[in-house]
Design a protein around this ligand. Structure first.
Ligand code: NAD
Length: 490
């Protein structure tokens, strides 16, 4: 991005409908990982800035929460149109700050539109329940908003992940503090601007930028009722413990190690291209990336095809960068350690050269065979375009490798047998299962969320399950004296 086209040279908080400056002891440089160039400067806000935003959200809550949902949702109908109109600009912003390809960035904004569409359907889904429970006595249930809520986001989907929470929480009547990842804070500023243009009242959405200090302040703030978090498992645990110990509702999504079980009867071409895309899409920086393949029996013909498919994925062309120099070094260290431990590198993506972007943070697609379950690369989240292949003789062995993972975001099986697919669907210890699909992201209205250490908390983050997270039920029991009207009439 040329300097003059940088829309936000300084990242600012967005409070009560205005961008505001923050007094900060420390600032970060926001880099484009595509080139290593600095895009913007970001002051790291502290607890006082958070409190100002919370007060703005509290002030907005009475009017917003009592605006009928059918009116609240109109903002999001208009906002969806604005997302469509600004698709090119929003995708470019994601591309620049995150490093994924422009096509991947566009797909991310398309998903944000789908999430907004789902929020527009909420009035049809949240109507309450009512029943006469004994003569003249009626019970009813209404779903009411919680108040001020918070959403903390990771770096890998700067536009989409904020849309996992903003549209649903706000349509349901809450006011929100959004804390974007400090590595990719630019998309959130544009989201806030477009929501204002769509007619969102000031204070309903506030954006506070920072790192650990703000996250801790969110978990501790007495006026925040609920915290939604997406990021690594280590931090998800910290946030879940801290928020719930402060008696807040919390759902915290963590990291992943998703297993792709490839059986000998799998369709070779479809499986090879699917596995290659799953491990390398968004440079492997997806919590849904298939990073561990478990090859059951004789599947060498599929492995050679998948290496050929992966070879067609070229850094700087159809493969974006990883997020930072540290990420590149970490990913390449995993590859080297696996090789030193005896695994066989079939395709080596270490240190690629990308003409014109020599200072960007790229790792090429990497396929490593004969990984064993005791190697770090077999069980830890690498978060790069790297596939670790483990060999087994039976499906039960493959399932026991999958079941042993601490994570449980997604798992997939590649086979043409319905019975075997069904067995894996039942036995895999993961929240999202793919059958001949390497990235089994549920589409709306189905909810998104993993199991085990990939998610802490009771609800999923999107879809119908999120309604429960963002609302509380008011139960009303009524009885009226049937005599009273008669008396009044006489
Ligand atoms: P991260 O955990 O480093 O950061 C996430 C958020 O936590 C950021 O906003 C960051 O500012 C904050 N944070 C960082 N360190 C903190 C600390 N010590 N205390 C409090 N807050 C802190 O995650 P990331 O690197 O931005 O994102 C990648 C991770 O997110 C991967 O593990 C990926 O699997 C995971 N992820 C999971 C899902 C899912 O649906 N399960 C979706 C997207 C990303």
């Amino acid at each position: 991005m040329e300097a003059e086209t940088v829309k936000y040279p300084v990242v600012r908080n967005y409070v009560a409908g205005q961008f505001v400056d923050t007094e900060a002891a420390n600032t970060l440089a926001v880099e484009s990982p595509l080139t290593g160039e600095v895009l913007a400067e970001m002051p790291l806000s502290g607890a006082a800035a958070l409190d100002t935003a919370v007060q703005a959200a509290k002030a907005a809550f009475p009017a917003w929460s009592t605006t009928p949902i059918k009116e609240r949702v109109q903002v999001f109908y208009r906002y969806k149109t604005l997302l469509e109109q600004h698709m090119a600009e929003l995708s470019e912003l994601v591309h620049q700050e995150n490093g994924k390809t422009l096509d991947e960035a566009r797909a991310e904004v398309e998903k944000a539109i789908e999430l907004t569409e789902f929020a527009c359907s909420l009035p049809q889904l949240v109507a309450g329940e009512v029943m006469e429970v004994s003569k003249g006595v009626e019970c009813r249930i209404e779903k009411r908003p919680l108040g001020v809520v918070a959403s903390i986001a990771p770096f890998n989907f700067p536009n989409m992940v904020p849309h996992w929470t903003i549209p649903n929480a706000l349509v349901l009547g809450n006011c929100m503090i959004l804390k974007p990842s400090e590595l990719v804070p630019l998309s959130a500023m544009r989201i806030a601007e477009l929501l204002k243009e769509a007619g969102l009242p000031d204070g309903v959405l506030n954006v506070v930028n920072g790192d650990k200090e703000i996250v801790e302040a969110i978990c501790d703030h007495p006026s925040i009722q609920a915290v939604s978090f997406v990021g690594s498992t280590r931090i998800a645990q910290v946030v879940y413990r801290r928020a719930t110990s402060n008696l807040k509702r919390c759902v915290a999504l963590g990291g992943a190690k998703n297993h792709l079980l490839v059986l000998p009867d799998a369709h070779a071409d479809m499986t090879a291209s699917n596995v290659a895309a799953s491990m390398s899409g968004c440079a492997g920086q997806r919590c849904m990336a298939g990073s561990a393949m478990v090859a059951v029996g004789s599947v060498d013909h599929i492995i050679s095809k998948l290496v050929e498919e992966a070879r067609k994925i070229v850094p700087g062309q159809n493969l974006g960068s990883v997020i930072s120099r540290q990420a590149k070094e970490r990913i390449e260290r995993y590859i080297t350690e696996a090789e030193q431990a005896g695994a066989k590198v079939l395709l080596d993506g270490r240190n690629p050269t990308v003409a014109g972007n020599e200072n960007g943070y790229y790792v090429g697609p990497t396929v490593i065979d004969y990984v064993t379950p005791d190697m770090a690369i077999a069980s830890e989240e690498v978060f790069g375009p790297v596939l670790a292949i483990m060999r087994t003789n039976t499906l039960d062995e493959a399932l026991s490798i999958e079941n042993a993972s601490n994570y449980g975001n997604a798992a997939a099986v590649f086979t043409q047998s319905g019975g075997l697919a069904r067995h894996v669907m039942e036995q895999a210890s993961a929240g999202m299962i793919g059958v001949n699909i390497g990235v089994p992201v549920p589409r709306e209205p189905f909810s998104f969320g993993g199991w085990n250490e990939s998610k802490f908390g009771a609800c999923d983050i999107t879809g119908k399950s999120s309604i429960e997270f963002w609302t509380q039920m008011k139960k009303v029991t009524t009885k009226w004296n049937p005599e009273s009207r008669t008396n009044w009439m006489s």
